[in-house]
Design a protein. Sequence first.
Length: 359
Amino acid sequence: MNKYFSLVVIALCLIMVSCSQGYKINVNFANHDFDGKKAYLTNYDTDDTIDSVTVKEKYLMFEGNIDTAYYARLIVDGKRFGMIVEPGEINVEWGDEIIARGTALNDKLNAMDEQMSKIDAKWELIEQGFKSGQLTQEDADKQSADLERQQVKLFYDTYSSNKDNAIGPWAFTNYLIYKQFSTAQLDSILKTAPDNYRGYKRVIKAQSDARAIESTAVGKKFTDFAMKSPDGAVHHLSDFVAKDGNYTIVDFWASWCGPCKAEIKGALAQLYQKYNGKGLVVLGVAVWDKPEDTKEAIAKLPVPWQVMMDDHYTTEPTDIYGIAGIPHIMVVDPDGLIISRGLQGEALVQYIDNIMANK
């Protein structure tokens, strides 16, 4: 009877393609700093919270059943860690560095992370070289562009070799973030991807961004938006752009973004000092950030030009312009036409110098 019952269960599982299997996630912290903090296990694609527990005595555990493995984020006290939730026992060591071991896909993901860490280390060397004067802005920009190409290739290669497991969708959506595509290019790429990829939230967002980029491309008139600052004042982009015959640099940035702050202290500060009041306006647009953090960064950097900011975390301006990564710098002419998008560093300085010289 038991044998017959087992065969029936197996047959039902085969009919349903897959059966739920158990997973257990053990998280061991290096110290007691997180004791009493709430931890959340979330689905990376949907942002849904799958489970939540409280850290006790440097330890927490998530346990459950799963039909299909997925990329997840483990969030503790605002700190995030990406991993694969899959059948089996997963052991997470949470210290200065965080790593998940014990299951096939997480071990595979670790190998990819090692490659990304090497690229990140090179980013730090470039930043140090620029700060110390060993690298010019132009050299730093060239080396940074090369590293960005390496990142894009790494995500694409990881996606290509993992299309049919949980690593694939995560790598694919990151590939779309790091490289901008037209709607036609995205449609072509998706034809080679598994059918279910089209339903992923971040793929849908990439398609929306591509449409937004095309409607706000170079040669198009700028699209207006409004932001309500913490003091209650409402400002529109049109309050600052295409006014009094000025060209306008619009800088989308956030306080936590290192490259954003480098642009503010570098090329943007240089251009502001050179051309402020002489036919050029620099305008900051704070996005993806807490208002209090934005205000603190404005004071500390400092940021001497006008900054539009909202009274809450906002993505509306970047949604309108299809911006997937910051800093993103846009130049608008006196007639309100977008004449440049994406220039940074020395390339931006040379571009503006040329415009000002030929006014």
